[in-house]
Design a binder for this molecule. Sequence first.
Ligand SMILES: NC(=O)c1ccc[n+]([C@@H]2O[C@H](COP(=O)([O-])OP(=O)(O)OC[C@H]3O[C@@H](n4cnc5c(N)ncnc54)[C@H](O)[C@@H]3O)[C@@H](O)[C@H]2O)c1
Length: 379
Amino acid sequence: MTKPLNVGMIGYGFMGRAHSNAYRKVNHFFDLEYRPVLKAACARSADKVKAFADKWGYESIETDWRKLIERKDIDVVDICVPNNLHAEIAIAAAEAGKMILCEKPLARTGPEALRMVEAVEKSKVPNMVWYNYRRVPAVTLAKKIIDDGKLGRIFHYRSQFLQDWTINPELPQGGTALWRLDVEAAGSGVTGDLLAHAIDLAMWLNGPIAELNAMTETFVKERKHNLTGKVEKVGIDDACAFLARFQNGSLSLFESTRYARGHKALFTFEINGEHASIAWDLHDLHRLQYFDHRDEGIVRGWRSIHVSDGDHPYMGNWWVPGLQIGYEHSFVHQVADFLDGLAKGTLAQPDFRTAYHTQLVLDAIMASAKERSWKKVEA
Ligand SMILES: NC(=O)c1ccc[n+]([C@@H]2O[C@H](COP(=O)([O-])OP(=O)(O)OC[C@H]3O[C@@H](n4cnc5c(N)ncnc54)[C@H](O)[C@@H]3O)[C@@H](O)[C@H]2O)c1
């Protein structure tokens, strides 16, 4: 018999759907001691959250997140709302003794994130941040290859996250659909939204970033604000590029933008080591590119590993070798790891403290871009 774990979901947008799908699927594919129960969904509009709850099978609704947190029948609070709400909800949930699964970036700034870390550590509640790309099987395989030492000493790490959806200067900022363009709601632009993922993966795969030098640009300086109806200054970064040095001595280049015409979500990384290199690309997410200099010369070349065999990470839980899975499965894997960790008492990563380190890199990027200087990342 599995043990029920009652989920209270806050937000029903993109991530509310991605997580609900993961909760519904996880026990069909993974053998786990715990079973998520979709207990309550919460958002401000009763009609909309009721429609969401009915569609996904949530047992009840709330229109005030404080009420959800007060409920005795909620074990886990899942935070799927804009970034400016993460801290207040997470701190209240921690004080109420709830487990917390929070979307990324953990917060808008390092100090805001630190308050969240302190709250969960004081209450000792299990916590996790949804940096889901760690659980794309090809990315998890990259981690195993690096940890096994196949690359040898790492020299270079480069990563990009490119989109093109904000080029139109007539696009407004703020409000329900466009909170990502409003600095008050989002904290930053592509840095917190997209580079946060690139940095989480980079530090997981290649260790801490020691120092960096960044530049940011806001190409469209003013946009109409959906909440005030007035044309207002745009406070987010539309694009960001930075150079960094990792603590292990490797050099790196990161780039992110929402102005790369033709790219919808091109998230890539390439790592070059002494013996071998690996590369990954979200548009072809089930493949890992691998080059090993130790191969016999006449057959040496980049191999494209189709990460779909039973002995590849997570894949033994899905179909048969050769059949691939997709984006949504990274969330299923993250829930599976969280539940497994709960049963074993070894909590899944990244937790709030790990995600706080990513937040410190984000802060260093913003400070470096503003001051046009190299910044050490706070240890
Ligand atoms: N892990 C990932 O890859 C990934 C992808 C997208 C978004 N995110 C993160 O997920 C979070 C949500 O993003 P999204 O794309 O799902 O946004 P979204 O705009 O699609 O959904 C936001 C939801 O929050 C709800 N909401 C807003 N204010 C609220 C309040 N006061 N009380 C209750 N509900 C409220 C809205 O009704 C909506 O349902 C953000 O932190 C974002 O950075 C992560």
